[in-house]
Design a protein around this ligand. Structure first.
Ligand SMILES: [Ca+2]
Length: 419
């Protein structure tokens, strides 16, 4: 089994929130932005762990809630605080009077800034202006006009009983706590993670709130990008990465939430912008290459021109692959045969075994296929080209055994799964 910086969260100690320390390479890069002895601040709306020796100055409210006096005055969202802080720093505005911390304006040397925005995390409780904007832009007259994602009745009939989703009830509770659009929520909470067809209107309301949260994020990112564009010394040489830690079901497979091993949950936004990139053919392009968040670190090391990743004596190589070749040529022929994305979850909360990494559900996404193996040996196989909704589980079809024969050993080797 290979273990590396980027798989620590998956494999060490059975703890799923043990984020690894920022690698030394990036620490070096980060020098100069902050005011601590190490030199970086983490600004996040989430109460996450952070490397020893770093200052965490995130905002205490991880819920994203806000106060509104009903007269057009509201407190700023966590995301707005973070984006404003970042934009000011990029503009060179001195931060000594900041309510949160004093920081040194960046400029004149390399820097690494990591910003964690809270939305689209629950609660799905958004200021009216964001909801109203989504309604206006999409020409929606009422919540009944909201489009729902494609959902196949009985979709889960062909998957193993022990697969594949996490426990979604907390998400519903978050929504409940949020108020606004779901104040009159019916039985959906009691239905656990399932969305019943009769609850169409509630479902559409939830999707609308989610879209408003997406729009809110878009606004904050716009502020940061505008600040970068206005700073000539940073605009043309600052690498931007936008990503997330997971995707989200908006009802697909009867599920609202995260922590499944299907596309809706395992896929993340993943945008890399390197304004120095001279290969214009890749600019704005997208690729179907399966990539993974473990690729981010080697990618940043290469794009930043940092020395190769130092590994302790006897340590295995990193699992991630630098995606710099994709920026140079988005078809990245050299990467195609090697790139895989592996995701894991614990399954239902009542059936979790946090002490044993081999007792989790794992999935591997290769180009064109997904193969999933549950901790009890249940299998799923999807043809991602002809069945992008992952509706037809092909794991028991003899004609696709050849796919399993390729992907199953890879999944076993990379995850320590034994069944
Ligand atoms: Ca199905």
């Amino acid at each position: 089994m290979r273990r590396s910086w980027d798989e620590i969260q998956l494999l060490s100690g059975g703890r799923w929130n043990s984020n690894p320390s920022l690698p030394q390479q990036i620490q070096f890069w980060a020098h100069g932005i902050g005011r601590t002895s190490v030199g970086v601040e983490f600004r996040s709306g989430m109460n996450s762990t952070y490397p020893a020796g770093y200052s965490y100055t995130g905002f205490a409210d991880s819920s994203g809630l806000f106060e509104d006096d009903g007269k057009g005055n509201r407190s700023r969202l966590t995301d707005e605080e973070i984006a404003n802080w970042a934009a000011d720093l990029i503009r060179g505005v001195p931060q000594s009077n900041s309510a949160y911390s004093a920081t040194v304006p960046i400029g004149g040397r390399s820097f690494f800034m990591m910003l964690g925005l809270t939305k689209t995390h629950g609660a799905m409780y958004m200021p009216d202006e964001f909801i109203d904007r989504v309604i206006a832009v999409n020409g929606i007259k009422s919540v009944d006009d909201v489009l729902l994602p494609p959902i196949l009745a009985g979709d889960r009939a062909d998957i193993p009983s022990d697969a594949n989703f996490g426990d979604g009830r907390k998400t519903y509770n978050d929504i409940l706590a949020g108020g606004r659009s779901v104040a009159t929520i019916p039985d959906i909470v009691h239905a656990g993670s399932q969305i019943a067809a009769s609850e169409d209107r509630l479902h559409k309301t939830m999707v609308l709130a989610y879209l408003a949260a997406v729009y809110e994020i878009d606004v904050q990112i716009g502020k940061i990008i505008d600040a970068l564009d206005a700073n000539p010394s940073l605009r043309d040489n600052t690498i931007i990465v936008f990503t997330s830690d997971h995707g989200f079901h908006l009802g697909e497979k009867g599920f609202w939430g995260k922590q499944t091993l299907w596309n809706e949950s395992t896929r993340v936004p993943f945008i890399i912008v390197d304004p120095r990139n001279q290969y214009a053919g890749s600019r704005g392009a997208t690729t179907n290459l399966p990539v993974s968040l473990v690729d981010l670190y080697p990618t940043l090391v290469e794009l930043g021109g940092l020395p190769d990743v130092p590994l302790a004596s006897g340590a295995p190589a990193l699992d991630g692959l630098s995606l710099a070749p994709v920026l140079r040529n988005y078809q990245a022929p050299a990467l195609r045969r090697r790139s895989l994305a592996i995701s894991s979850n614990f399954g239902l909360i009542s059936d979790r075994d946090l002490a044993d990494p081999s007792r989790r559900n794992h999935t591997v996404r290769a180009e064109g296929w997904r193969y999933t193996l549950s901790k009890n040996g249940g299998e799923e196989l999807y043809d991602e080209v002809n069945d992008p909704n992952e509706w037809n589980n092909l794991a028991s079809h003899p004609e696709f055994k050849w796919v399993k024969d390729i992907l199953r050993p890879i999944l076993l080797e990379r995850t320590g799964q034994t069944k």
